[in-house]
Design a protein around this ligand. Structure first.
Ligand SMILES: [Zn+2]
Length: 479
């Protein structure tokens, strides 16, 4: 089989996997089949035969039903060689100096959980976290098998080890966070928590993906680009990268500018530059904790000054009360930002807010508004300790994650009625289209719905509703 045909096959396998998954969701979850059983079987057969021909199976393949393994604890595993990190810089000039007159490869620095995958005899043998100091990691093979895109079998029979990043896309992160009692502040934390779960089935719900960036084993492949190609041929999704051939300073700077994370669906916190010539890179050795064959450019978050105005509390379906900081609008990346989610009570306390305080805000990874620090710290703001929904006093609970959160413990709180409304819509077959639990939660949170009758009286809030995120004129009409 030619290399070109092989790559086309891998692409087709990914297409088939996506199609079959879509059909499964429509059939099992939504009870609305989108294809005939015959078509479904034809797709599955095609996928099976491609898997046989290529010798490659991906973890997300519908032909693989992953057994829901549950472990007692994670086993420590020693790395074959210490996992050193890259030297970090915040200056593009350092990248220009690093490249000199050589060919270099520029790629994203993904912001997730670094993993080592070991293969032998054409199959995934073990997956290990980086662990502390990069010397002893933990065996997480059971969860890595539930990733969307990890090759479980590969065409190459000889043993090899690769490194890459376990990540959750921004789109999946937002979806998953909506369903969690304690939302995560960043996909990195969600990815780390999910990969280290003892119950593989739980990890499988987190839509984890793996992007390979390093071939650790010396397979006599002479350039970084060919190594990437080798990994792709074996079914791995590799981190997007470009080769810069002996470029001058201006061209390197332009290439760095081009890598704008706004157009990339996964969390990244910088770029990696590495020599394309593998043996040259190796000859440079390592100093302290850094490998000299590569350098990392860390992006700085640009801070914007504004004034603290207060706090907005909102009660969720679970009774947990979210805390959002409000401030005078500042323009960041072309949009006006005036609020930032504070993830728990501990974070709120640390800021020592007072109305009018001078604060610095930024967009984390250029997407999520965050408060970086409070320069004034007048500590005069007191949280209203009553539920914004029902007015009952709030309780402080320490969650399993060890942080303090506010909770409304009133069982009759309107926020908790979301479940009931949801039920009402289903049971009475009113067929209120476009009214999911999430939407209901939003509407109740805004005070647009307090009882069943309000459901038919939404017109009065039209303007507010259509300006809500993810809810346009069209969805309102449908509703
Ligand atoms: Zn309440």
């Amino acid at each position: 089989m030619g290399a070109k045909e092989h790559k086309a096959n891998i692409k087709r396998m990914k297409e088939l996997t996506a199609k079959i998954r879509e059909a499964d969701t429509a059939y099992y979850r939504d009870d609305k089949p989108i294809m005939t059983d015959r078509d479904y079987d034809a797709l599955t057969d095609e996928l099976k035969s491609l898997e046989q021909n290529t010798g490659l199976t991906l973890s997300g393949s519908p032909t693989q039903r992953v057994p829901g393994e549950i472990l007692e604890e994670l086993t420590p595993v020693r790395h074959t060689r210490p996992m050193l990190s890259a030297d970090k810089t915040k200056s593009v000039d350092d990248l220009v100096r690093f490249a000199g007159t050589r060919d270099v490869v520029l790629s994203w620095k993904l912001d997730g959980l670094t993993l080592v995958l070991r293969y032998d005899n054409g199959g995934l043998q073990q997956a290990i976290t980086r662990g502390r100091e990069g010397i002893i990691g933990e065996d997480v093979t059971h969860t890595v098998r539930t990733f969307l895109n990890v090759p479980l079998t590969v065409p190459v029979r000889e043993p090899f080890e690769i490194r890459g990043e376990g990540v959750i896309s921004w789109a999946n992160f937002k979806k998953i966070n909506l369903s969690l009692e304690e939302p995560y502040s960043h996909p990195r934390n969600l990815a780390a928590g999910s990969v280290r779960k003892l119950d593989a089935a739980e990890a499988g719900k987190r839509f984890l993906e793996f992007f390979a960036f390093d071939l650790v084993t010396d397979l006599k492949i002479q350039t970084k680009c060919w190594q990437m190609d080798f990994m792709e041929t074996n079914g791995f999704s590799v981190v997007p990268h470009v080769k810069l051939s002996r470029m001058d300073a201006a061209s390197i700077k332009a290439a760095v500018e081009q890598m704008d994370s706004k157009h990339y669906g996964y969390p990244v916190d910088g770029l990696i530059m590495e020599y394309d010539d593998v043996s040259y890179g190796k000859s440079l050795g390592a100093t302290g904790h850094h490998e000299n064959r590569l350098i990392a450019l860390k992006w700085q978050d640009e801070l914007f000054e504004t004034r603290f105005l207060g706090i907005e509390l909102a009660t969720t379906r679970t009774g947990m009360v979210s805390i959002t900081g409000l401030f005078e609008p500042v323009e960041i990346d072309g949009t006006a930002v005036s609020r930032a989610y504070l993830h728990n009570l501990d974070i709120f306390d640390e800021f020592q807010f007072g109305v009018g305080d001078r604060i610095q805000v930024y967009k984390a990874n250029m997407i999520i508004p965050q408060i970086a620090r409070n320069d004034t710290q007048s500590n005069t703001f007191t949280l209203p300790m009553v539920c914004p929904c029902c007015g009952e006093p709030l309780a402080v609970r320490t969650t399993s994650g060890g942080t303090r959160q506010l909770f409304c413990e009133n069982p009759h709180c309107t926020a908790k009625l979301v479940q009931k409304f949801d039920h009402f819509c289903e049971k009475t077959r009113m067929d209120i289209e476009g009214l999911s639990a999430t939407t209901l939660e939003k509407f109740i949170g805004h005070g647009w719905i307090r009882n069943f009758g309000d459901l038919y009286d939404l017109e009065q809030y039209r303007e507010e509703i259509v300006s809500t995120e993810g809810f346009g004129e069209k969805s309102f009409e449908r509703l």
